[in-house]
Ligand binder design. Structure first.
Ligand SMILES: [Fe+2]
Ligand SMILES: [Fe+2]
Length: 285
């Protein structure tokens, strides 16, 4: 049985742990420096053609809702701001980092659909809540389950056993991971997010999307991703190994100031909006 300490020790010594592309690291550094200019950030992004193309397609998707076409990275940065651009680069580059999970048991295309769906729903919930988390909601949803990819790749036998346990017991994968492996994907995800030096709010959303009431400093973002992760499963968009849809933690609703009727109404609306945002699933994965 593993503990998180032991797992971290093992992963500390893994030399091929996925890294984020240098474009993200560079953008991130620039964004943190108050003297950086739009032109500098644009230049770094444009040096990577694949990322540039995806970022532009993403900001031109119906999800971002700009009425006119954004044709340059410069324009995108001016319209969206540094932090959103950084998180957008992160969202589109994440997928490459794990492209080679070849021995894994997770169906990657289903997993990405789950992740993108969760990102999309987090964003659509944020718009309704006006929670001042527009910069983070989408990326947090996309990244929330990255720990599963780490378990799948570096602890394949244990992870297979957890997936099977979730199936036979018809339980949530997190519970199965705890029983079978001893650590869960949210804990491992937090480790990777810290190692990648992701912004604190994103680390927190990855770490606590199943346990929103354990929040540290961003209860709203954690609650949004918690609900989005449940919605995406209810809507059966993609699959990420769970065999039981969890209940929404009442804490999350209370934190967001939303009652049951409202959230049920939003569910129906969002389910419709997802249909208008199908392009997003192709852009990113
Ligand atoms: Fe999860
Ligand atoms: Fe999930």
């Amino acid at each position: 049985m593993l503990t998180i300490q032991r797992t971290m020790k093992i992963l500390d010594n893994v030399s091929d742990l996925p890294t984020l592309p240098t474009v993200y690291t560079k953008v991130s550094k620039l964004v943190e420096n108050p003297n950086s200019t739009v032109a500098q950030v644009a230049k770094v992004i444009e040096a990577d053609q694949a990322i540039t193309a995806k970022v532009l397609r993403l900001v031109n998707s119906s999800f971002f809702g700009f009425s006119r076409k954004i044709s340059t990275v410069n324009q995108a940065i001016i319209l969206l701001g540094f932090n959103t651009i950084r998180n957008t680069v992160l969202s589109v580059s994440m997928f490459n980092s794990f492209r080679l999970n070849k021995n894994g048991m997770l169906n990657l295309s289903e997993f990405w659909r789950h992740s993108i769906g969760c990102g999309l729903i987090s964003g659509l919930l944020e718009v309704r809540l006006n929670a001042d988390l527009r910069e983070e909601a989408f990326a947090a949803g996309i990244l929330h389950d990255i720990g599963k990819l780490v378990l799948d790749r570096y602890f394949p036998n244990e992870f297979i056993a957890a997936l099977k346990h979730a199936q036979t017991e018809q339980c949530q994968l997190r519970e199965a991971e705890k029983v079978v492996i001893g650590v869960s994907h949210d804990e491992v995800g937090e480790y990777l997010a810290e190692r990648w030096r992701l912004p604190h709010k994103l680390v927190e959303a990855i770490a606590l999307h199943h346990l929103p009431s354990n929040f540290r400093s961003s209860p709203k973002l954690v609650s949004i991703v918690h609900i989005a992760n449940i919605f995406v499963q209810e809507m059966q968009i993609g699959q990420s190994g769970d065999c039981k849809v969890p209940e929404i933690d009442p804490f999350a609703l209370e934190e967001l100031g939303v009652d049951e009727d409202t959230i049920n109404g939003w569910y129906v609306q969002i389910q419709e909006e997802i249909k208008e945002n199908q392009d997003l699933f192709e852009i990113i994965s």
